[in-house]
Design a protein around this ligand. Structure first.
Ligand code: FAD
Ligand code: 2HG
Ligand code: ZN
Length: 456
């Protein structure tokens, strides 16, 4: 419908200014499709408020009009939760990207929901602190999106997922009320922790507008190694040993030979080691001084490894791991399954997955990579038609559940996995979550269809 015919566009323009209400189909288009091109839908309009008060007014106006809202940050999410399904208002937090100077004594930083991860990392670094969350989409993913999905990334096993960094949140609820826990008090036990309730809620309980985050410190000496290994079991053993013997270990990333070949072809990279291995572990550790000596000593003289202790070589080694997502998406629209297994079941799961794919999915190629320290694997299935994809998804997620894992490790449930939530959440869990949703958003204004099937 043309903008001038849409009373909601007029009402929202009165709140945020006409230039920040987008109704032109061409201009809206980039907000309506996800990073992988798998999920898309037409929005009613896109609105870009500049602050919490504007967000609250926008939410109230949409609720009154009965039009649902999809909050969107950097649109780098992988489960279809940040793009419209059809007819929603996309509420983009992109303009709310301010980053405050860190509070030195408290080691905290406050930022708008639309600030990128890289902007927060940089501000922390410039002030002599370290913001430990890191992931490949750092230049686009926003604080609001990271908290709404409880993002993990490469250092989660050591420093925790996004949740562990939250000191406070400001957010707008479905009725337009603002909740604000931004005082930065490490000790504040005065009832339900609303900030933590919003973390991982994928835009279904509130629109996060601002956050206060805990910073940490990291030794200035950093060493990285890419190690060739024979199997997943060896990766788990090596990780277990290094976690014990190398206290500064803060990344342990796993990938396999077929993924490496794809990445090398895509990025034009040379072979990292003198010979090919079935699997690889990218390790990083930090220390006040001598990180490389620590890493070499812990790995032992027999390890097949290439090492880096300067930033150029380190970035080159990280490309072998971080380019997997881009290399896969450059050729296919993959079926992405982000799953977590107990470390004790990781190797068995990979073997069972491989056997299943060989027997049941002869047309598919399977790429697996992930965060070994968290037992978090990103399984990519390519080459299947839509019906086969759905069957494969059901089978692989059931395999995860049988191995005691989770069907959603760090990317969330979104629309991608809502039909399989029951595999890893008991009926009582789902009912309790739905009761929370109904209590905070009885009209289903915020991201309906995400997390739970539509209309529940
Ligand atoms: P969006 O994609 O815009 O939104 C994601 C979800 O959060 C949606 O449900 C949306 O409605 C909701 N949301 C967004 N902003 C708000 C808000 N302000 N208030 C309420 N709800 C909101 N993820 C990892 O966990 N670990 C990784 O290692 C990792 N690596 C990645 C690498 C690449 C190359 C890419 C493209 C993505 C990667 N991701 C990873 C996924 C993605 O970056 C994260 O899920 C990130 O947290 C999403 O942030 P975003 O701002 O892009 O959110
Ligand atoms: C990663 O760990 C990201 O690289 C992306 O979480 C995973 O490509 C993916 O599915
Ligand atoms: Zn990941």
């Amino acid at each position: 419908m043309p903008a001038h015919d849409d009373p909601l566009a007029g009402a929202l323009a009165a709140i945020v200014g006409a230039p920040h209400v987008l109704t032109d189909p061409e201009v809206k288009a980039t907000y309506e499709v996800d990073w992988t091109s798998r999920y898309r839908g037409e929005s009613r309009l896109v609105v870009r408020p500049a602050g919490t008060a504007e967000v609250a007014a926008v939410v109230r106006e949409c609720a009154a009009a009965g039009v649902p809202i999809v909050a969107q940050g950097g649109n780098t999410g992988f489960v279809g939760g940040g793009v419209p399904r059809g007819g929603e208002v996309v509420l983009s937090l992109a303009r709310m990207d301010d980053v405050e100077p860190p509070d030195q004594a408290a080691a905290q930083i406050a930022a708008g929901a639309g600030a990128t991860l890289a902007a927060v990392q940089d501000a922390a670094r410039r002030a002599g602190h370290f913001f430990s969350i890191d992931l490949g989409a750092r230049d686009s993913a926003t604080i609001g999106g990271l908290l709404a999905t409880n993002a993990g990334g490469t250092r989660a096993f050591r420093y925790g997922m996004a949740r562990a960094h939250v000191v406070g949140i400001e957010a707008v609820l479905a009725n337009g009320a603002v909740v604000s826990r931004m005082a930065g008090l490490p000790k504040d036990n005065t009832g339900y922790d609303l900030a933590q309730l919003l973390v991982g809620s994928e835009g279904t309980l509130g629109v996060i507008t601002r956050a206060r985050l805990a910073l940490t410190s990291r030794g200035g000496s950093v060493a990285t190694a890419l190690v060739g290994i024979e199997s997943t079991a060896e990766a788990v053993e090596l990780f277990a040993r290094l976690r014990r013997d190398l206290p500064g270990l803060d990344a342990a990333e796993l990938f396999y030979a077929n993924g490496l070949e794809l990445v090398r072809a895509h990025a034009g990279l040379p072979a990292p080691l003198a010979r090919a291995f079935p699997a690889y572990l990218l390790l990083e550790c930090s220390a006040v001084a001598g990180a490389q000596d620590d890493l070499v000593a812990a790995l032992g003289a027999d390890a097949d490894a290439v090492l880096a202790d300067d930033s150029t070589t380190r970035q080159r080694l990280w490309r072998y791991r971080e380019s997997h997502t881009e290399a896969v998406s450059a050729r296919w629209i993959p079926l992405k399954l982000d799953v977590a297994l107990p470390l004790s079941r990781l190797a068995a799961f990979v073997d069972e997955l491989t056997a299943f794919a060989r027997a049941e999915l002869p047309a598919a190629q399977v790429f697996v990579y992930g965060h070994a320290g968290d037992g978090n694997l990103h399984v990519q299935l390519v080459g299947l038609d839509a019906a086969a994809e759905r069957d494969a998804m059901a089978a692989v997620l059931a395999l995860v559940a049988r191995n005691g894992g989770s069907i959603g490790a760090e990317h969330g449930v979104g629309v991608a996995k809502r039909d399989w939530l029951h595999l890893t959440r008991a009926p009582g869990d789902v009912a309790a979550m739905q009761a929370v949703k109904r209590a905070l958003d009885p009209e289903g204004v915020l991201n309906p269809g995400v997390l739970f099937p539509d209309g529940t």
